[in-house]
Write a protein that binds this ligand. Sequence first.
Ligand code: ATP
Ligand code: MG
Length: 227
Amino acid sequence: MTLVALEQVTKTYGTPGAADARTVLEGADLSIAAGAMEAIVGPSGCGKSTALNLLGALDVPSAGRVLFQGQDLAGLDPAALAAFRSRHVGFIFQDHHLLPQCTVRENVLLPTLAGGGRADAAAIERADTLLGRVGLGDRATDWPHHLSGGERQRVAVVRALINRPELVLADEPTGALDERTADELATLLIDLNRAEGTTLVVVTHQKELAARMERVHTVHDGRFQAA
Ligand SMILES: Nc1ncnc2c1ncn2[C@@H]1O[C@H](COP(=O)(O)OP(=O)(O)OP(=O)(O)O)[C@@H](O)[C@H]1O
Ligand SMILES: [Mg+2]
């Protein structure tokens, strides 16, 4: 079963036809099966982050459709899209966007607070378990600005996983990490894919990480090709 798909998607930034218009994807098709682990690779600027943003409904295509479980996301208004994202999608961004005024644990728990209020005990336990898995078990009450870049990136990974999203979209999740930490983080993502059925789409320049995925797509001339 297909979890999420881009169907004949074109994405143009700027005003179509204007001098500053830039078409990044053009008639692109991509289909991600439920429970799959797939990588998107390609040179800088080819449209990898653009594709992730479309898959996760953070942006809309200029033409074509984005289907989640067969449903066209274009039918949802902004509030419904936000609810869709918080229920189904975990993003690991290229820039990790931690809130400086919140501790590590509070950052991780933010997605569980969609309706306001306090995190429940089960969420706190999952936060601490996952922080332990990424080697930050003793940093839960520390502040983001006390953490290294790679540590902050690991916190962002845990935050993306906290709500057990069906779809995890990871943009260079191991970019700022040394080889061993990168390897451990990839193992965590792969373990969650196996244990919880999380579908994983990862953008990466790192061959080791791409090689651990089941399929690799390359973006070439605005389309996806099997690598
Ligand atoms: N909001 C935007 N407005 C205008 N152009 C944009 C916007 N976002 C991205 N672009 C352009 O679209 C192209 C693709 O960008 P994208 O971020 O998808 O590349 P990428 O493959 O993720 O690259 P990298 O490996 O450097 O992260 C780039 O040329 C970029 O400048
Ligand atoms: Mg990018």
